[in-house]
Design a protein around this ligand. Structure first.
Ligand code: AKG
Ligand code: FE2
Length: 496
């Protein structure tokens, strides 16, 4: 199934193009201003000269036209010059800039893109327990970033949330009303400040957040600083009355629901277990003899292991380079083979064969060295890039369908970037959270010794809060080629 939706917000790569496009549009707007200015300059310098000539004529009309030279000149001017001025006035300005804008429009984010981006913000807000106010000021998990939202941004969030969560929408509209008092929105259609405030007050009123609407309305009156006219005053008393009723009706804020294990894990609040064990895996293969792998056991049953520094920086760069052009919105596989886009999983991804090139072959060999499993029959590498709020909700990697004969017995997950905040891989049942670290890999068994699926391996990729979870790539290892290991796992033997 081919997806045509661009899904800009689901990957950082898509966002880079948007940044460049906006810069180009601003340049174009600037040259539009230059053209306007050039036209204006002609006018401003010519009009006074025209006026001087005309003034002389008007103040002594008869005298002026009785001179043949003046009258000839007047006739000629009226016959010729004013046609030229008409052409000048009618000549449209900035046509090339308008054309550029029209072309650029094709690349603009769609309504779906904006909805996805909004839903990512909501996801982050819920998952990391963030306030709208902090987010608007660029404070994420207590850390101040050089980023902020405008009143138009926070208003868009309120509008998005209005139908699904009025409490959260209210929070965003409150921030909007505060921002409106500090700043004038940067939109050419807004006009003067007072008018903008009235427009927002009305819009928020229409969404039935009366006390917020009233506070914006009052600020508009304050700015106008003149005795408000009767129409405005009667409107205000309507706002006020509804705001009063609203205050009586507002329910107490609901007690916060207890965070789930997944949320606790994503927030980095699992207690670190102290019985962890580290070792070097060094025998068996030429690669390992040269470069022993640092192994960290997170859980022994089911086995969950982190391998440190297993991909070099150069290998990662190359991997990103060859996969970048092919990243597409990841789909979730559903019953009957249907693939659909889901909020459940927001990322861009692609499949790449293990025998794609020397690098992928080398990585495949390394996986076998690391975990002593055969990759024959397993799916290709799956490369992923998570964008704003990108995540993969909790799931099992194995198929639950009993007709599946070759299930994903184990998973290796390589991290190709550090993620500044968020983006951990969390196992809520095992109470384990692994933060992405460029070059390291996470490994676990999905299937038990007896061949049964192991539901304790439930896991998910937490939403990325800050940073880009760059192409985590996953190798799901199927079991058919590894029947022997199901009963006799070398790795676990090493651990014991
Ligand atoms: O990105 C992650 O941390 C989890 C990815 C995952 O679970 C998967 O690819 O199956
Ligand atoms: Fe998974």
């Amino acid at each position: 199934t081919k997806v045509t939706e661009k899904s800009i917000s689901t990957s950082v790569v898509g966002m880079l193009e948007l940044v460049q496009l906006e810069a180009d549009l601003i340049d174009s707007l600037n040259s539009y201003a230059d053209e306007l200015e050039a036209k204006l300059k002609v006018l401003k310098s010519f009009v006074p000269k025209l006026q001087a000539e005309s003034n002389e004529a008007v103040t002594q009309m008869e005298n002026y036209v009785s001179n043949p030279i003046n009258s000839f000149s007047l006739i000629r001017r009226m016959h010729e010059d004013w046609h030229d001025w008409k052409i000048f006035m009618e000549s449209s300005i900035g046509q090339s800039q308008v054309a550029f804008l029209n072309k650029a429009k094709l690349q603009f984010p769609t309504k779906t893109d904006l909805n996805e981006a909004s839903s990512s913000i909501v996801r982050l807000q819920k998952m990391y327990n963030l306030t709208a106010k902090d987010m608007a000021r660029g404070v994420l998990n207590g850390k101040q970033y050089e980023a902020s939202l405008t009143a138009l941004d926070t208003y868009a969030m309120g509008r998005y949330l209005n139908k699904q969560n009025r409490d959260m929408a209210r929070e965003w509209f409150v921030v909007t009303s505060e921002l409106l008092k500090e700043q004038t929105p940067l939109t050419p259609l807004a006009g003067e400040r007072e008018k903008v405030l009235h427009l927002f007050a009305q819009a928020i009123f229409d969404y039935e957040y009366y006390s917020i609407a009233l506070s914006v309305f009052d600020h508009a009156l304050l700015l106008a600083n003149k005795t408000a006219n009767p129409t405005l005053l009667s409107k205000r008393s309507k706002f006020e009355e509804l705001a009063r009723k609203e205050a009586e009706m507002v329910e107490k804020p609901k007690p916060k629901t207890k965070p789930t294990n997944y949320e606790i894990g994503c927030r980095g609040l699992f207690v670190r277990q102290s019985n962890m064990k580290c070792t070097y895996k060094s025998k068996d293969s030429p690669f390992l003899r040269l470069a022993p792998i640092k192994m960290e056991y997170l859980v022994l049953d089911p086995l969950v292991v982190v391998f440190h520094d297993v991909l070099s920086s150069g290998e990662i760069d190359e991997m990103q380079l060859i996969t970048k052009p092919f990243l597409e919105r990841t789909l979730i596989q559903h019953a009957f083979g249907a693939h659909i886009i889901q909020k459940f999983r927001t990322s861009k991804g692609m499949w790449i064969n293990r025998n794609h090139n020397n690098l992928t072959l080398r990585i495949a060999r390394r996986i076998m060295d690391m975990v002593d499993l055969d990759l024959q029959g397993s799916e290709p590498f799956n490369v992923m890039n998570y964008g704003i709020g990108g995540h993969y909700n909790t799931h099992y990697d194995y198929y639950n369908n009993s007709s599946v004969t070759d299930n994903r017995m184990a998973t290796v997950l390589f991290y190709m970037t550090d993620v500044e905040q968020g983006g951990a891989t969390v196992f809520p049942v095992l109470k384990q959270a692994v933060s992405p670290k460029r070059g390291s890999a996470l490994f676990w068994y999905n299937i038990k010794h007896n061949g049964n699926r192991d539901p304790r391996t439930l896991h998910g990729g937490c939403p990325v809060l800050v940073g880009s979870k760059w192409t985590v790539f996953t190798q799901w290892i199927n079991e058919r080629a590894n029947m022997f290991h199901r009963r006799c796992r070398k790795l676990e033997a090493t651990a014991a």
